[in-house]
Ligand binder design. Structure first.
Ligand SMILES: O=C(O)/C=C/C(=O)CC(=O)CC(=O)O
Ligand SMILES: [Ca+2]
Ligand SMILES: [Mg+2]
Length: 419
């Protein structure tokens, strides 16, 4: 499978991937539109639609690619997604002359990535964050609540989550301002107040919801995959000092809601299919509404890099994998809707921090530095939590036979707190 558009060998975006995003030209030549990444270019789907090349039964005449966000297309569901993928894959392939031999259409529709700015691809009505890595749950439980019973009893029976804040989700490349807030009182003194002293990243991925469900109805776990369009990388920036003081008994609030960063390219479940793998065995057995005929995970290697302000190069701080998750995406969707809560196209479902079992595969600094007790070294520089000027970058790339299906990067730099 090869494209007439040049794809460098290490590219995350060969013809097998075709992730979706929303971009605008940097020179101000028109507004936001939907595109698909191919090598170091973006294919403008609005230009392809204007040329009448989406000519299948569902997409002919549709306005879904004339939108400034993906939501309309997301709501159309898997038959439309399959049709679009087949059309785009054919149009970009090396033996297909339609676009390859049409210089004026290529000029209008293929943008070098250096000439575009990526935007949030979806209007996110609601954002939920799960807690689905057992290693992360165990480590956080030990740190916050003690080693006796680190994982709460409910954790093995349901995918725990909290409702996150959608308004502060930003696209990769956006700076994040260090939050201010209250921290634990020491002794008889009042709570402390000021810039967070324990700012952290959380290595997550997030599912982008396609068609939703009606209020009052629920989504069957065996049909839940049809409600998931694809995945992005997600950094759930977390202020551990604010979180530890505020979260009893209602859960995370201001320690998380000041910022969440996502990567711009949504990699579809179709593109991830070759990397699907068995999900871990669940013991105790889940209740019937969470029991699925086929329980799958994806083998997606993940990395986190930090570049301190004064460093020339970033240093790697952890290597994890999506397959470390205990609860599957489909179980998360089934659980989210079992009470009749409605999901809507464009909703974002964070997986929770993806920690593995090894010291080198932990998904946040809280775990890596064991709440600041044990420093990490970034090319000689000590880190317990994030410092101003640190740039945190996540990346993920599945290795196929002679090709990669990658996510690009999800990055953000820490700015000092407002005085
Ligand atoms: O165990 C706790 O008290 C807190 C855990 C988290 O902060 C994690 C959270 O946001 C969910 C996750 O990312 O897994
Ligand atoms: Ca989180
Ligand atoms: Mg956050």
């Amino acid at each position: 499978m090869k494209s007439f558009v040049e794809v460098p060998p290490e590219s995350h975006f060969p013809l097998q991937n075709l992730p979706y995003g929303v971009f605008e030209p940097v020179d101000g030549d028109g507004g936001p539109r939907i595109g698909v990444a191919i090598g170091e270019h973006v294919l403008d789907l609005s230009a392809i639609a204007v040329a009448g090349l989406f000519d299948g039964p569902i997409l002919t005449g549709s306005d879904c690619f004339f939108q400034p966000s993906m939501n309309v297309f997301l709501g159309m569901g898997r038959p439309a997604w399959k049709e679009a993928r087949a059309t785009i894959q054919k149009l970009l392939s090396v033996d297909e002359p339609t676009l390859r031999d049409n210089a004026s259409l290529r000029e209008k529709s293929l943008w070098p990535m250096s000439k575009v700015r990526m935007l949030l691809p979806i209007v996110i009505g609601d954002y939920t964050d799960f807690f689905s890595s057992m290693h992360h749950a165990k480590n956080c439980g030990t740190i916050f609540r003690g080693p006796e019973n680190p994982i709460p009893q409910n954790w093995f029976h349901l995918p725990i989550a909290y409702h996150g804040r959608a308004s502060s989700i930003v696209i990769s490349g956006t700076d994040v301002v260090r939050p201010r807030g209250q921290g634990h009182p020491s002794g008889n003194s009042p709570p402390s107040f000021g810039p967070s002293q324990k700012l952290d990243f959380e290595l997550e991925m997030a599912a982008v919801v396609g068609p939703g469900n009606k209020l009052g109805e629920s989504i069957d776990v065996d049909k839940a995959a049809d409600h998931i369009f694809g995945l992005v990388l997600m950094n759930d920036w977390s202020a551990r000092d604010i979180q530890a003081w505020e979260y009893v008994p209602l859960g995370p609030f201001l320690g998380k809601s000041f910022g969440t960063t996502i990567s711009p390219w949504i990699v579809t479940l179709e593109a991830l299919e070759p990397f699907s793998c068995d999900a871990p065995k669940q013991e105790p057995h889940p209740l019937p509404y969470l029991e699925e005929k086929i329980s799958r995970n994806y083998d997606i290697p993940l990395e986190v890099w930090i570049k301190p302000a004064k460093h020339q190069h970033p240093s790697i701080v952890t290597k994890s994998n999506f397959k470390n998750l205990y609860w599957t995406l489909t179980q998360q969707v089934a659980h989210h809707t079992i009470n009749g809560c409605n999901l809507r196209p464009g909703d974002l479902l964070g997986t929770g921090t993806i920690s593995g079992s090894e010291d080198e595969s932990l998904g946040c600094l809280l775990e890596l530095s064991w709440n600041g007790k044990k420093p990490l070294f970034l090319n000689g520089t000590e880190r317990r939590f994030l410092e101003d000027g640190d740039e945190v970058t996540f990346t993920a790339c599945c290795k196929g036979n002679g090709y990669s299906v990658g996510f690009g990067t999800c990055s953000g730099r820490v700015l000092p707190a407002v005085p």
